[in-house]
Design a protein around this ligand. Structure first.
Ligand code: PSU
Ligand code: MN
Length: 308
Protein backbone atom coordinates (compact mmCIF):
# COMPACT_ATOMS: atom_id res chain seq x y z
CA UNK A 1 0.00 0.00 0.00
CA UNK A 2 1.34 3.39 -0.96
CA UNK A 3 1.88 5.87 1.86
CA UNK A 4 0.78 9.45 1.58
CA UNK A 5 2.64 11.45 4.18
CA UNK A 6 3.14 15.18 3.81
CA UNK A 7 6.79 15.77 2.90
CA UNK A 8 8.33 18.85 4.48
CA UNK A 9 11.53 20.10 2.83
CA UNK A 10 14.74 19.67 4.81
CA UNK A 11 15.05 23.32 5.68
CA UNK A 12 11.44 23.43 6.89
CA UNK A 13 11.89 20.30 9.02
CA UNK A 14 14.93 21.80 10.71
CA UNK A 15 13.34 25.20 11.28
CA UNK A 16 10.20 23.69 12.79
CA UNK A 17 12.22 21.34 14.96
CA UNK A 18 14.29 24.25 16.26
CA UNK A 19 11.32 26.58 16.78
CA UNK A 20 12.56 29.04 14.17
CA UNK A 21 10.19 31.21 12.09
CA UNK A 22 8.56 29.65 9.01
CA UNK A 23 6.08 31.24 6.59
CA UNK A 24 3.76 29.15 4.42
CA UNK A 25 3.19 30.30 0.84
CA UNK A 26 0.56 29.11 -1.62
CA UNK A 27 1.09 27.80 -5.13
CA UNK A 28 -2.26 28.59 -6.77
CA UNK A 29 -1.15 32.16 -7.11
CA UNK A 30 1.89 30.82 -9.01
CA UNK A 31 0.11 28.31 -11.26
CA UNK A 32 -3.24 30.03 -11.77
CA UNK A 33 -3.05 33.58 -10.45
CA UNK A 34 -0.07 35.07 -12.25
CA UNK A 35 0.78 34.87 -15.96
CA UNK A 36 3.83 33.03 -17.28
CA UNK A 37 6.74 33.69 -17.36
CA UNK A 38 6.47 36.26 -14.56
CA UNK A 39 4.94 33.70 -12.19
CA UNK A 40 8.15 31.74 -11.59
CA UNK A 41 10.25 34.85 -11.11
CA UNK A 42 7.68 36.23 -8.66
CA UNK A 43 7.42 32.90 -6.79
CA UNK A 44 11.18 33.02 -6.20
CA UNK A 45 11.00 36.67 -5.20
CA UNK A 46 8.31 35.92 -2.62
CA UNK A 47 10.53 33.27 -1.06
CA UNK A 48 13.51 35.63 -1.05
CA UNK A 49 11.45 38.33 0.64
CA UNK A 50 10.56 35.91 3.44
CA UNK A 51 14.24 35.00 3.82
CA UNK A 52 15.33 38.64 3.85
CA UNK A 53 12.99 39.23 6.79
CA UNK A 54 14.51 36.34 8.71
CA UNK A 55 12.09 33.44 8.19
CA UNK A 56 12.16 30.19 6.20
CA UNK A 57 9.73 30.11 3.24
CA UNK A 58 7.60 27.00 2.77
CA UNK A 59 5.78 27.07 -0.55
CA UNK A 60 3.19 24.30 -0.49
CA UNK A 61 2.04 22.27 -3.48
CA UNK A 62 1.60 18.79 -4.88
CA UNK A 63 4.12 17.18 -7.20
CA UNK A 64 3.22 13.86 -8.77
CA UNK A 65 0.75 13.17 -5.97
CA UNK A 66 3.19 14.06 -3.20
CA UNK A 67 2.13 16.89 -0.90
CA UNK A 68 5.23 19.01 -0.32
CA UNK A 69 5.75 21.74 2.28
CA UNK A 70 8.73 23.73 1.05
CA UNK A 71 8.96 23.01 -2.68
CA UNK A 72 12.51 23.06 -3.99
CA UNK A 73 13.34 25.10 -7.08
CA UNK A 74 12.83 22.20 -9.49
CA UNK A 75 9.39 21.49 -8.00
CA UNK A 76 8.45 25.17 -7.98
CA UNK A 77 9.51 25.46 -11.62
CA UNK A 78 7.38 22.45 -12.48
CA UNK A 79 4.24 23.91 -10.89
CA UNK A 80 4.90 27.27 -12.54
CA UNK A 81 5.54 25.99 -16.05
CA UNK A 82 3.88 22.66 -16.88
CA UNK A 83 0.36 22.46 -18.27
CA UNK A 84 -2.43 20.72 -16.42
CA UNK A 85 -1.54 21.67 -12.85
CA UNK A 86 -4.79 21.21 -10.90
CA UNK A 87 -6.16 23.88 -8.58
CA UNK A 88 -6.46 22.06 -5.26
CA UNK A 89 -8.75 23.01 -2.44
CA UNK A 90 -8.82 20.97 0.76
CA UNK A 91 -11.33 18.46 -0.60
CA UNK A 92 -9.12 17.72 -3.61
CA UNK A 93 -5.92 16.86 -1.74
CA UNK A 94 -6.54 13.17 -1.16
CA UNK A 95 -7.93 12.51 -4.63
CA UNK A 96 -5.03 14.34 -6.24
CA UNK A 97 -2.55 12.36 -4.13
CA UNK A 98 -4.14 9.02 -4.94
CA UNK A 99 -4.14 9.79 -8.66
CA UNK A 100 -0.59 11.14 -8.72
CA UNK A 101 -1.51 14.65 -9.86
CA UNK A 102 0.48 17.85 -10.00
CA UNK A 103 -1.47 20.49 -8.11
CA UNK A 104 -1.34 23.99 -6.74
CA UNK A 105 -2.86 24.65 -3.33
CA UNK A 106 -5.35 27.46 -2.76
CA UNK A 107 -5.48 29.57 0.39
CA UNK A 108 -7.82 26.95 1.88
CA UNK A 109 -5.59 23.97 1.12
CA UNK A 110 -2.36 25.81 1.95
CA UNK A 111 -3.77 26.88 5.33
CA UNK A 112 -4.94 23.39 6.18
CA UNK A 113 -1.65 21.75 5.21
CA UNK A 114 0.46 24.42 6.94
CA UNK A 115 -1.50 24.04 10.17
CA UNK A 116 -1.20 20.26 9.93
CA UNK A 117 2.61 20.47 10.00
CA UNK A 118 2.72 23.19 12.66
CA UNK A 119 3.26 26.33 10.57
CA UNK A 120 1.28 29.23 12.02
CA UNK A 121 1.78 32.08 9.55
CA UNK A 122 0.91 32.25 5.86
CA UNK A 123 1.24 35.02 3.27
CA UNK A 124 -0.91 35.41 0.18
CA UNK A 125 -2.24 38.17 -2.08
CA UNK A 126 -5.97 38.30 -1.57
CA UNK A 127 -8.29 35.76 0.00
CA UNK A 128 -11.12 34.08 -1.81
CA UNK A 129 -14.61 34.93 -0.63
CA UNK A 130 -18.22 35.42 -1.64
CA UNK A 131 -18.63 36.02 -5.36
CA UNK A 132 -20.86 38.82 -6.57
CA UNK A 133 -23.51 36.52 -8.01
CA UNK A 134 -23.45 34.24 -4.99
CA UNK A 135 -27.14 34.79 -4.29
CA UNK A 136 -27.78 32.83 -7.49
CA UNK A 137 -24.64 30.73 -7.91
CA UNK A 138 -23.84 29.93 -4.25
CA UNK A 139 -20.19 30.55 -5.23
CA UNK A 140 -18.33 31.15 -2.00
CA UNK A 141 -14.66 30.24 -1.72
CA UNK A 142 -13.77 27.32 0.52
CA UNK A 143 -11.10 29.68 1.89
CA UNK A 144 -13.73 31.03 4.30
CA UNK A 145 -15.03 27.82 5.81
CA UNK A 146 -11.50 26.41 6.02
CA UNK A 147 -10.26 29.44 7.95
CA UNK A 148 -13.14 28.92 10.38
CA UNK A 149 -11.58 25.68 11.56
CA UNK A 150 -7.87 26.17 10.89
CA UNK A 151 -5.55 27.87 13.39
CA UNK A 152 -3.47 29.93 10.97
CA UNK A 153 -2.66 33.60 10.56
CA UNK A 154 -3.12 34.74 6.98
CA UNK A 155 -1.53 37.98 5.87
CA UNK A 156 -3.39 39.32 2.83
CA UNK A 157 -4.56 42.56 1.23
CA UNK A 158 -8.16 41.75 2.09
CA UNK A 159 -10.23 39.70 -0.30
CA UNK A 160 -9.97 40.04 -4.03
CA UNK A 161 -11.86 43.08 -5.28
CA UNK A 162 -13.60 40.92 -7.87
CA UNK A 163 -15.73 39.60 -4.97
CA UNK A 164 -18.65 40.85 -2.90
CA UNK A 165 -16.53 42.30 -0.10
CA UNK A 166 -19.39 43.19 2.24
CA UNK A 167 -20.90 39.71 2.04
CA UNK A 168 -17.48 38.16 2.57
CA UNK A 169 -16.92 40.19 5.74
CA UNK A 170 -20.34 39.10 7.02
CA UNK A 171 -19.47 35.46 6.35
CA UNK A 172 -16.12 35.82 8.11
CA UNK A 173 -17.96 37.16 11.14
CA UNK A 174 -20.48 34.31 11.09
CA UNK A 175 -17.71 31.75 10.69
CA UNK A 176 -15.74 33.21 13.58
CA UNK A 177 -12.64 34.14 11.62
CA UNK A 178 -10.70 36.99 13.26
CA UNK A 179 -10.01 40.04 11.10
CA UNK A 180 -7.59 42.79 12.06
CA UNK A 181 -6.29 45.65 9.94
CA UNK A 182 -2.55 46.23 9.91
CA UNK A 183 -2.24 49.89 10.87
CA UNK A 184 -5.71 50.56 9.47
CA UNK A 185 -9.38 50.38 10.46
CA UNK A 186 -10.47 50.02 6.85
CA UNK A 187 -10.59 46.67 5.13
CA UNK A 188 -8.21 46.74 2.14
CA UNK A 189 -9.58 46.10 -1.35
CA UNK A 190 -6.72 44.00 -2.77
CA UNK A 191 -5.77 46.04 -5.90
CA UNK A 192 -7.23 49.04 -4.06
CA UNK A 193 -6.06 50.40 -0.71
CA UNK A 194 -9.55 50.68 0.74
CA UNK A 195 -12.54 48.43 0.01
CA UNK A 196 -14.92 50.91 1.64
CA UNK A 197 -15.64 48.70 4.66
CA UNK A 198 -14.69 49.40 8.28
CA UNK A 199 -12.87 47.04 10.60
CA UNK A 200 -13.36 46.67 14.35
CA UNK A 201 -9.69 46.09 15.12
CA UNK A 202 -6.32 47.32 14.10
CA UNK A 203 -2.83 46.16 15.11
CA UNK A 204 0.32 48.23 14.92
CA UNK A 205 3.24 45.83 14.84
CA UNK A 206 4.29 42.23 14.24
CA UNK A 207 4.79 41.98 18.01
CA UNK A 208 1.15 42.88 18.58
CA UNK A 209 0.03 40.16 16.17
CA UNK A 210 2.29 37.75 18.06
CA UNK A 211 0.55 38.83 21.28
CA UNK A 212 -2.85 38.08 19.70
CA UNK A 213 -1.62 34.62 18.76
CA UNK A 214 -0.24 34.00 22.23
CA UNK A 215 -3.55 35.07 23.79
CA UNK A 216 -5.52 32.83 21.45
CA UNK A 217 -3.34 29.86 22.23
CA UNK A 218 -3.29 30.43 25.99
CA UNK A 219 -7.06 30.95 26.13
CA UNK A 220 -7.59 27.77 24.14
CA UNK A 221 -11.02 29.03 23.13
CA UNK A 222 -10.76 30.17 19.51
CA UNK A 223 -9.44 27.48 17.19
CA UNK A 224 -9.98 29.35 13.94
CA UNK A 225 -7.92 31.58 11.70
CA UNK A 226 -6.83 35.18 11.98
CA UNK A 227 -6.71 37.47 8.97
CA UNK A 228 -4.16 40.27 9.10
CA UNK A 229 -5.32 42.69 6.42
CA UNK A 230 -2.39 44.64 5.05
CA UNK A 231 -3.37 47.45 2.64
CA UNK A 232 -1.23 48.79 -0.18
CA UNK A 233 -0.16 52.41 0.28
CA UNK A 234 -2.48 54.68 -1.72
CA UNK A 235 0.24 55.64 -4.18
CA UNK A 236 0.83 51.97 -5.03
CA UNK A 237 -2.76 50.92 -5.67
CA UNK A 238 -4.26 50.29 -9.10
CA UNK A 239 -5.89 53.40 -10.52
CA UNK A 240 -9.47 53.09 -9.14
CA UNK A 241 -11.12 54.19 -12.40
CA UNK A 242 -9.09 51.64 -14.37
CA UNK A 243 -9.94 49.04 -11.73
CA UNK A 244 -13.68 49.62 -11.92
CA UNK A 245 -13.72 49.65 -15.70
CA UNK A 246 -11.67 46.45 -15.94
CA UNK A 247 -13.77 44.68 -13.36
CA UNK A 248 -17.04 45.58 -15.12
CA UNK A 249 -15.62 44.22 -18.40
CA UNK A 250 -14.34 41.07 -16.72
CA UNK A 251 -17.67 40.34 -15.04
CA UNK A 252 -19.50 40.84 -18.36
CA UNK A 253 -17.10 38.40 -20.05
CA UNK A 254 -17.67 35.80 -17.36
CA UNK A 255 -21.35 35.71 -18.26
CA UNK A 256 -20.70 35.79 -21.98
CA UNK A 257 -18.10 33.00 -21.91
CA UNK A 258 -20.08 30.91 -19.41
CA UNK A 259 -17.20 30.71 -16.93
CA UNK A 260 -18.24 29.21 -13.59
CA UNK A 261 -16.93 27.51 -10.45
CA UNK A 262 -13.23 27.33 -9.71
CA UNK A 263 -12.35 28.84 -13.10
CA UNK A 264 -13.91 32.20 -12.16
CA UNK A 265 -11.07 33.60 -10.05
CA UNK A 266 -8.22 32.69 -12.46
CA UNK A 267 -10.31 34.02 -15.38
CA UNK A 268 -10.91 37.40 -13.75
CA UNK A 269 -7.30 37.76 -12.62
CA UNK A 270 -6.06 36.92 -16.13
CA UNK A 271 -8.51 39.44 -17.56
CA UNK A 272 -7.12 42.12 -15.24
CA UNK A 273 -3.54 41.29 -16.16
CA UNK A 274 -4.16 41.51 -19.91
CA UNK A 275 -6.67 44.39 -19.93
CA UNK A 276 -4.51 46.65 -17.77
CA UNK A 277 -1.41 45.79 -19.83
CA UNK A 278 0.53 44.66 -16.83
CA UNK A 279 -0.53 47.39 -14.39
CA UNK A 280 -2.57 44.98 -12.27
CA UNK A 281 0.24 42.44 -12.42
CA UNK A 282 2.71 44.94 -11.00
CA UNK A 283 0.23 45.81 -8.24
CA UNK A 284 -0.46 42.13 -7.54
CA UNK A 285 3.27 41.46 -7.18
CA UNK A 286 3.70 44.41 -4.81
CA UNK A 287 0.80 43.10 -2.71
CA UNK A 288 2.31 39.65 -2.36
CA UNK A 289 5.82 40.87 -1.61
CA UNK A 290 4.59 43.28 1.06
CA UNK A 291 2.49 40.51 2.61
CA UNK A 292 5.40 38.07 2.53
CA UNK A 293 7.55 40.61 4.35
CA UNK A 294 4.95 41.29 7.03
CA UNK A 295 4.17 37.59 7.47
CA UNK A 296 7.87 36.87 7.97
CA UNK A 297 8.15 39.62 10.58
CA UNK A 298 5.10 38.21 12.37
CA UNK A 299 6.60 34.71 12.25
CA UNK A 300 9.85 36.09 13.69
CA UNK A 301 7.97 37.88 16.47
CA UNK A 302 5.91 34.77 17.26
CA UNK A 303 8.68 32.17 17.00
CA UNK A 304 9.85 30.42 20.17
CA UNK A 305 13.42 30.98 19.01
CA UNK A 306 14.92 33.67 16.76
CA UNK A 307 16.04 33.01 13.21
CA UNK A 308 19.43 31.38 12.80
N1 PSU B 1 -4.82 35.77 -4.36
C1 PSU B 1 -4.13 36.19 -5.44
N2 PSU B 1 -4.12 35.36 -6.54
C2 PSU B 1 -4.70 34.12 -6.53
C3 PSU B 1 -5.42 33.70 -5.37
C4 PSU B 1 -5.44 34.56 -4.32
O1 PSU B 1 -3.56 37.28 -5.45
O2 PSU B 1 -4.62 33.39 -7.51
C5 PSU B 1 -6.04 32.32 -5.32
C6 PSU B 1 -5.91 31.76 -3.91
O3 PSU B 1 -5.27 30.51 -4.03
C7 PSU B 1 -7.32 31.61 -3.41
C8 PSU B 1 -8.03 31.32 -4.69
O4 PSU B 1 -7.46 30.59 -2.47
O5 PSU B 1 -7.44 32.28 -5.58
C9 PSU B 1 -9.53 31.49 -4.55
O6 PSU B 1 -10.16 30.73 -5.51
P1 PSU B 1 -11.72 30.42 -5.37
O7 PSU B 1 -12.38 31.76 -5.45
O8 PSU B 1 -12.06 29.54 -6.54
O9 PSU B 1 -11.92 29.73 -4.06
MN1 MN C 1 -15.62 29.32 -6.11
Amino acid sequence: MTTFHIRPGTEVVEALRDGRPVVALESTIVSHGLPRPDNLRVARQIEQTVRDAGAVPATIGMVGGELVVGLDDTELTRLATVDGVAKLSVRDLAVAAATGADGATTVAATSAVAAAVGIGVFATGGLGGVHREAAQTFDESADLVTLARTPITVVCAGVKSILDVGATLERLETLGVGVVGYRTRRFPGFYLTDSGFDLDWSVDSPEQVAAVLAAREQHGVHGGGLIVANPLPVDEQLDPALHDRTLAEGLARLGRDGVTGKAVTPFLLAHFHSATEGASLAVNVRIILRNADLAARIAVAAAPRPAA
